[in-house]
Design a protein around this ligand. Sequence first.
Ligand code: FES
Length: 167
Amino acid sequence: MLDVKSSICSCEQETDEQKYTKLAELMKQYKNREGRLIQVLHMAQAIFGYLPLELQRYIAQSMEKPLSEVSGVVTFYSFFATQPRGKHVIRVCLGTACYVRGGKKIISRLQEMLGVEVGGTTKDGLFTFEVARCIGACGLAPAIMIDDVVYKQVNPDKLENILAKYK
Ligand code: FES
């Protein structure tokens, strides 16, 4: 996955117009590159925070592609979001190893702690809570990921301390 977030700020103070200008500039740089649609979508998400339909339409028009192609890519990959996300994204792994070793208990505890269902964002906008299939830590399951950090051998009792780091 492209690490564009660190190189393009998510720019909360910028107006939408400034964000669209920035995206247009960046799209020019990717004009003739292979696989550029995914790269452009990563950049757009880094700038806007998520990819609403209006933004997908703009990208489709700018890249002279059908909207269905852009929307198809956005909905296919779980790392693209069409709704605003929280400041931090928690992904609980429910791949086979994590599922067998208690991933569902972690989900239940997080639902209680955060007061949201899977796919939701907390009222204060701090956390978005999602499920992942495998995050590459099967040997030390169950695992969760918060933003880019993987936590291994997690159990429900460790969650309070883990989340405290992000508050
Ligand atoms: S199944 Fe959870 S990290 Fe692989």
